[in-house]
Structures are given as C-alpha cells and as structure tokens.
Design a protein. Structure first.
Length: 484
C-alpha cells in the first residue's frame, strides 16, 4: 500500500511520529556534538598546545568530509534504502566519537574527526528523508518545523552542556556521544521501516564520486589556503586548475552516464534549484555566527566556557520559537513568502550584530542574537519542506543529500571566509594571547581590535544574505500547499 495515497491512512498511522522521533534522536547526536564542540574550542586550543587555525581545522575537516560524501550517501540511500544506511551512520559516528575523545594531539583528533564525519554524512543524508517519507506533503512543513525545533533546542542545551563538560574535561564533549549513539542505533534498528522497496540493482557511480571529490577538495584548498599563500602562487593556481578540470569532467560524465551520482535533471525543477541555492547562500552568511560569538565572549569579554554558553542562548531560543511556526505557516502559504521573510529578519539581526562594540551592553547583543535566530527559524523548515516535496519519492535521498551538501558547503565557505578576515585584522599571536594570557593583562586596544574584526565579519555576513533573499523570492508560487 502506498503510504502517500490517502490522507486518512497517514493521519491514523503512528509510524510517522515514530520516524520523526527516531530521526530526531539521530540528528540530536550530531547537533549536540557540533554545539558543544564550539564552546570547547578555546580550551582545546590551550590543552592541545595548538593554534586557532589548528582547532578550526577540527571543525572544518568534519564539514569538508560531510560535504564531499553527502551526494554519495544520498545516492546510496536511493539504491539500498534509508534505514540500514542510517543505522550504519550512527554506528560509525559513535565509534568516531570514542576515538576523538582518546586523541593525544590535534593531528590525531583531526584524523579521528574524519571517521566521525563519515558516519555523520550518512546521518545527515538520511535523517530528513526518513521523516519526509513518513509524512504526507500537506504535513511536511509541520514535520520539518518540529524537527527544526528539536535541532534548535539542541543548540540551546548543547552550548550549556558543552560549557559544563569543558570545565570538567574537554574530552567529554566526544565521550558523551557514545551512550546517546548506542541508544539511537538501537531504536533506529528496531523501529524504523522502509516505505518502499529498494532493489539495490542500480550501480553506484564511482567515477563521478572520484571526480566530484577531487574537484571539491582542490577548489576548497584554493579558496581557503589561497588567502594565506596567495591566490596567484603556483601551488594555488595548480589547485585551481585541477579543480576546474575535475569539475568539468564531472559534469560531462554525469550528463552521459545512465545512473549518475547527481541527477542534474532535478535542478530543472524551479523550487528545488532555487531552494537549494538560497540554502547555500544562507549557510555562507550564518555559518560562522555562533563561533564568532563564542570567541567574543571567551576572548575580549573573558567569560569561562559555561557562562559563554549561557550568553549565546538567545540565538538558539529564537530558533526554538520560530521553527514550528515557520513550518506550519509554510503549509498554508507556501515556502516563498515565509522563507524570504525569515531571511530578511535574519539579515536585520546580522546588521545589528555588525554594530557591536567592545563595551556593548549585553541586553543589546542578546536582542540581535534573538532576531537573527528568529529569522533563521522562519527560513529553514519551509525551505527544507519545499525542496523535499518537489521531487519524487525515489529521488528523495538525493534531494536530502544535496540539501546537506549545499548547507555544509556554505558552512565551510563561511568559516574559510571568517578565519582569514579575523587573521587579516589582528595578528595570530595577539589573538592567542586573548585566550592564553587573558584579557586582564592585555591592552584595551587589542581587545577592541579583535571586536572590530568580528564586527566586520558580521557585516560581510549581512551583505551575503541579500542574494539569498533575492533567490528565495524568485522560487515561484506553485509550492503553496492545500489542506488535504
């Protein structure tokens, strides 16, 4: 029986709530890890005797692997099914978390984060599509809103939990994933089911995967390392050439093969393509916001990890409040109006943050954090539900993986933009002294200089939101849902 055939059947089917609960549990593992780890960065930098660049790579390498593997994980989900790959993802992520907690230095930690990211890629690519498979189109906004609220709640709890764990031992930020991962793996294995049969007969596009990975890594190296080495240096030009050639080869191969890694034909669907692009642009704009706020509170303001986590909570509270609201409104009015409005509100919050000063009253900063989070909560659930509803069920794995790919790509770009901008405005040794020596022993001028660098990055983020607003507004009106 087709679970999407009649609204009455789905309305009485408890499985959709089971799927949402299990997917939320798996998602919770990844979100908590990300939000607790951001809090721990300054402490890890000191304990592992490394630089800000070193600990930033702990974050960046995870996002890079997640991004590179996203299309492959989505394609495998469409070939073999969502459930078994989701369970596999939780298992690998849990093992990776254990190894990260045991890392002896930053090099080992970065290596173990690769393992963790492989599991995370399967989680991210399949978590959303499991929920989408279980809900009818007219309830997708509500489902995505609830999922968004849970994710936002994790962003509220995560930093506070991270602050407590970091004050005890920064390694607990990885170890705490292990029991949660084991519980999530058990429920995913015993409670999830496939909504359709997956034959496993279609071949996987290994050639496309290799070309895609080479192109992405080469272009990422050029975009990030080029800031420090020089974009016109010989190694960077070689990296750019490899990236362009591999990317051209990838597109040529994908158009000619029968079973491509990325189904380019789906990008002819206006809602799908414009939703993905607006998600990419939004991720570029907001990706480094929480990291910058953590650096501000633990650097110039001198707060410990616990209090820094408390102080950034207005950002996540805004997400919690508007997640379900944005999803429900999109079910009634469509994604274009709600998503675009959310991006506008988010930009207002970024503009407010870009005017922050070293001695800004906290309540002013809290208001702008809340506004930014409020806008992000309005944007994400409608945009996700529109993307997923626009494609046939047999291609939802691909749609979900591409959503993850564009979001993660935006996050990577955001961090690779933010870090060079910070380094360009304040020397690395002075930045390190903010966290090692402490603000009490540093000139006020140095602290103001660091704050000004953060302000500038926020202004750049606000400007980058403008094209996201334009693309979101151009997605069309045809995705407005009907009630039944």
């Amino acid at each position: 029986m087709n679970p999407f055939s009649q609204k009455s059947e789905l309305s009485g089917d408890a499985y959709k709530w089971t799927a949402l609960a299990v997917a939320s549990l798996g998602t919770l593992v990844g979100i908590l890890n990300a939000s607790t780890l951001i809090i721990a960065l300054p402490t890890m930098m000191i304990k592992l005797n490394t630089s800000l660049v070193g600990v930033m790579w702990v974050l960046i390498v995870y996002m890079l692997i997640l991004t590179i593997l996203a299309p492959a994980c989505g394609r495998l989900a469409d070939i073999y099914g969502r459930k078994q790959l989701y369970v596999l993802g939780i298992a690998v992520f849990t093992v990776g978390s254990l190894l990260c907690g045991l890392a002896a230095d930053v090099t080992q930690l970065i290596g173990f984060r690769v393992i963790q990211a492989i599991g995370g890629a399967f989680l991210v690519a399949n978590g959303t599509v499991i929920v989408v498979d279980a809900f009818p189109k007219w309830e997708l906004g509500k489902a995505m809103g609830i999922l968004s609220m849970i994710m936002a709640a994790a962003f509220v709890v995560g930093p506070i939990l991270g602050g407590v764990l970091t004050m005890i031992d920064w390694r607990l930020n990885f170890f705490f994933n292990v029991p949660i991962g084991l519980i999530a793996m058990y429920f995913a294995h015993t409670r999830l089911r496939e909504v359709k049969e997956f034959s496993g007969a279609e071949p996987f596009d290994y050639t496309g995967m290799i070309l895609f990975a080479v192109a992405f890594v080469a272009l990422a190296v050029y975009g990030s390392a080029g800031v420090l080495v020089g974009f016109t240096s010989l190694p960077m030009l070689a990296s750019l050439a490899v990236g362009i050639i591999s990317l051209a080869g990838f597109f040529s191969h994908e158009r000619s093969t029968r079973y491509p890694l990325i189904d380019l034909s789906l990008f002819r669907i206006r809602i799908f393509s414009f939703g993905q692009i607006s998600a990419l642009l939004n991720a570029i704009a907001r990706g480094a916001v929480m990291m910058l706020l953590i650096l501000f509170f633990q650097g110039p303001k001198g707060y410990d990890p616990f209090w820094a986590s408390i102080l950034i909570s207005p950002l996540a509270i805004g997400l919690v409040i508007t997640g379900p609201l944005g999803g429900s409104l999109s079910d009634k009015y469509g994604s274009r109006l709600i998503s675009t409005a959310g991006l506008i509100v988010s930009m207002v919050g970024l503009i407010g943050l870009s005017f922050m000063q070293y001695d800004i009253p906290y309540w002013v900063l809290a208001v702008w954090m809340f506004v930014h989070g409020f806008g992000s909560g309005l944007f994400q659930p409608p945009n996700t539900s529109a993307i997923m509803a626009a494609v046939p069920v047999e291609r939802r794995g691909f749609a979900s993986s591409m959503r993850a790919f564009f979001n993660n790509t935006g996050m990577v770009i955001s961090m690779t933009i933010a870090l060079p901008l910070l380094i360009g405005m304040i020397p690395l040794d002075e930045m390190m002294n903010l966290f090692v020596v402490g603000t009490a022993n540093l000139p006020i001028a140095t602290q103001i200089q660091f704050t000004d660098a953060i302000r500038f990055v926020f202004m750049v983020s606000a400007v980058l939101t403008i094209p996201a607003i334009i693309v979101s507004a151009m997605r069309g009106k045809e995705d407005v849902k009907t009630q039944g």
